[in-house]
Every structure is written in C-alpha cells, then in structure tokens.
Design a protein around this ligand. Structure first.
Ligand SMILES: Cc1cc2nc3c(=O)[nH]c(=O)nc-3n(C[C@H](O)[C@H](O)[C@H](O)COP(=O)(O)O)c2cc1C
Length: 204
C-alpha cells in the first residue's frame, strides 16, 4: 500500500489533478493521499472547476475527488511544520500537477517558500520519485533550464501534453489517458491500456 503526495500549483489544467485524485482514491494500491494546494492553485481551481474558493477543506476534497475521501489528508501550504516537510515521513512518491513555471523555478533553485515546495524538495534529497507536470506555453529559456536542472536532480518531467492517438471522444477521455500515463510513472496499476502497439493496433 502506497502513500502519494499530490501538489497542485497555480497553473492551468487543474482538471488533471481532479481526475488523478479520483483515480488515486479508487486505487487499491493507495492507502493515503497527502494533498497540498498552493494559494494560486486554489484560485485556479475556483476559476476552472467552479469550486468555491470559500469551501472548507472537507468540502474541497469532496469536490475534487468526487466523493468524501477517507484516504485524503489535506495540508495547508503555509504549514511548513507538517509531517511531509520532513524526510522522516514515509511517502512513496510525489507529484505536482499542474506545476506552474513559478513552482518549477522555486524547486530548481532549492529555495522552498511553502509546504508544497518543501515536500518536493524532500523527495529530491531523499531520492524519492518526484513527478512534475509543467503547464506553460511557450516555454522561456529559464523554464527549459529549470526543467533540465530538475531532471538532472532526479525529478521526472511529464509535461501536460495529452495524446490524441487513442481518439478521445471527449475531454475526460483526453485527460484520463494522460493520467494513466502519469500513474505509470507513479508506479501504480490502472485499468487502461496506454501503450501504443504500432500500426497493427489501429482499429482494435
Ligand atoms: C487562471 C490562471 C491560470 C494560470 N495559468 C498558468 C499556467 O498555465 N502556467 C503557469 O506557469 N502559471 C499560470 N498562472 C500564473 C500562476 O498562478 C502564478 O505564477 C502563481 O504565482 C503561481 O504560484 P504557485 O506556483 O505558488 O502556485 C495562472 C494564473 C491564473 C490566475
């Protein structure tokens, strides 16, 4: 059974985080989800998912997961003394989805300013799996250099670039296909076939 930390920063595409949380909550392999949302992340959730910015933690988790979730533990981004700020806290993997250019830059500099940054920094120093899902376009030289630096430090960079070869009929199919690839990188099983098996697979 795994403990996964999910960070949400203030980039567009918070629907990716919402669908990931739903799948993690359903996964028999996941016993605990630690959730940290930055202030700007909360703002984008309100803008893109129309989840009230005044919702309390319990309501926010219910709205994000789609039902009350006993597995999900919500942390305040300002609580730098929380358990996940320490390397002694057992966490199997962390993901920041979506990851803003700002959070990317903070992580690349090592100058953590909140619990989301600190928890990710801990993953890097403890050699734990850290998956970053940047969402920005176009990318500046600074963004690209920050991604390279983080990749070299051990993070996995999985940009929010959905695929189309599976011919998604609607936005949830498009988002979920990307989330299944993310779950592959988190080392979690899922029900969907995401491997491309060549031309012979067409139409099957
Ligand atoms: C609706 C909205 C969408 C945004 N989309 C992005 C984005 O896609 N990528 C990005 O890097 N920043 C985006 N931003 C800007 C970030 O929220 C801003 O840089 C913020 O300081 C990031 O803080 P955080 O990394 O601590 O969450 C967006 C802001 C808003 C309000």
């Amino acid at each position: 059974m795994k403990t996964i930390t999910v960070g949400i920063s203030g980039a567009s595409g918070v629907i990716y985080a919402q669908r990931l949380l739903m799948h993690l909550d359903e996964s028999a392999e996941v016993s605990q989800i630690n959730l940290v949302i930055s202030g700007p992340g909360r703002r984008v959730i309100a803008d893109e998912l129309e989840i009230s910015s005044s919702a309390d933690s319990e309501q926010l988790v219910t709205d994000m997961v789609g039902r009350p979730s006993l597995k999900t533990v919500m942390f305040h981004p300002g609580d730098i003394g929380a358990s996940i700020a320490s390397g002694s806290c057992p966490v199997d993997a962390m993901i920041i989805i979506p990851c803003s250019a700002s959070t990317l830059g903070t992580l690349a500099s090592g100058a953590s300013r909140n619990l989301l940054h600190r928890a990710a920094d801990v993953c890097l120093k403890e050699n734990r799996r850290l998956v970053l899902v940047p969402r920005e376009t176009p990318l500046s030289t600074i963004h690209l250099e920050n991604m390279l630096r983080l990749k070299q430090a051990g993070a996995l960079i999985v940009p929010a670039m959905p695929a189309f070869y599976h011919k998604p009929a609607h936005i949830i199919a498009l988002v979920d296909h990307f989330i299944y690839r993310v779950m592959d990188h988190l080392g979690l099983a899922h029900s969907q076939e995401t491997a491309w098996r060549g031309e012979s697979a067409k139409g099957s």
